[in-house]
Design a protein around this ligand. Structure first.
Ligand SMILES: [Fe+2]
Length: 288
């Protein structure tokens, strides 16, 4: 998205964005042959969904997918700069499943608990901001494990509709601070301060970092920031709003420009254990 400076340009962009935005997660879905073999029209359908909503859900005809195919698939969409973080395998792809012990056992993503609204890597500093995430479902849980998502561009326009001051508050460079050593996903790091919304210098695209976690986040203490946060929580909690909900089945995945998302709690059984492959990137999905 490129925001035109003129009010008219913004109004046009806003109207088109709302018009094209999917009404349900089914509209995000594209069936593909597989992660390694995808036709030109299947790839185009995924890209078209990403242009509409900054995300797409794909469904492979064959549910069995090798982990190493995930990274290859991401490459078709221009995602090559993978984040090798502490809990990832050598290829940079993490396996999200319930971990009983080890470093992963300390973190909520590797448990069966629910995850509140966030963008991935909100705790990363400016030099390591994650722009895209691929989540591939290798096995679903016996029960639960639903996701909800919202395109940051939709969050932006709803906040701007409510009050343009909310945008200014969320663009403030000291809006949101993550204190030092706030290990959320396997990394120990210094304090990180930054805005909720900013713009990619090369493309002008809107970017967002956010976490609804109450603990370990220091928000700028002013009325506009507080009101903007409340407005965003209402938007994310609105059952009849623009939030899209789905539950990934084996062979399905979500490819996104790091959209807002959450996860409900889930239950594994000895026969059925949830396993998601996750790859995160410093580049964003090609818009072409
Ligand atoms: Fe996440």
């Amino acid at each position: 998205m490129m925001f035109a400076n003129s009010t008219d340009g913004y109004r046009e962009w806003r109207a088109a964005k709302l018009d094209n935005y999917p009404k349900s997660a089914t509209e995000l879905l594209t069936e593909i042959d597989g992660l390694r073999d995808m036709s030109g029209s299947q790839k185009e359908a995924i890209l078209a969904s990403c242009r509409r909503a900054n995300m797409a859900i794909y469904s492979c005809r064959d549910a069995f997918v090798e982990r190493k195919a995930v990274r290859n698939f991401a490459g078709f969409f221009g995602l090559t700069q993978i984040d090798h973080h502490l809990c990832a395998n050598d290829d940079g792809v993490s396996e999200l499943a319930v971990a009983a012990d080890g470093v992963r056992g300390d973190y909520v993503p590797y448990s069966c608990r629910s995850l509140s609204w966030h963008t991935d890597g909100y705790y990363n500093d400016k030099s390591r901001r994650l722009q895209a995430v691929l989540l591939h479902c290798a096995a679903d849980a016996a029960k639960g494990g639903r996701n909800a998502v919202l395109d940051p561009e939709i969050a932006y326009l709803c906040l701007r509709d409510a009050n343009p001051d909310y945008i200014a508050a969320f663009e403030h460079p000291e809006c949101m601070e993550i204190p030092a050593n706030n290990g959320v996903d396997g990394e120990i790091r210094p304090a990180v301060t930054g805005p909720v919304f900013w713009y990619d210098p090369a493309s002008g695209a809107l970017r967002m970092r956010y976490s609804a976690r109450k603990k370990n986040i220091r928000w700028r203490n002013d009325a506009a920031t507080t009101a903007a946060r409340e407005c965003l929580s209402e938007l994310l909690g609105d059952e009849d709003g623009l939030v899209l909900r789905f539950r990934l089945k084996p062979g399905q995945g979500l490819i996104s420009n790091n959209v807002l998302h959450n996860r409900t709690a889930f239950e594994d059984t000895s026969e059925q254990k949830r396993l998601l492959y996750r790859a995160r990137f410093f580049d964003s999905i090609l818009r072409r």
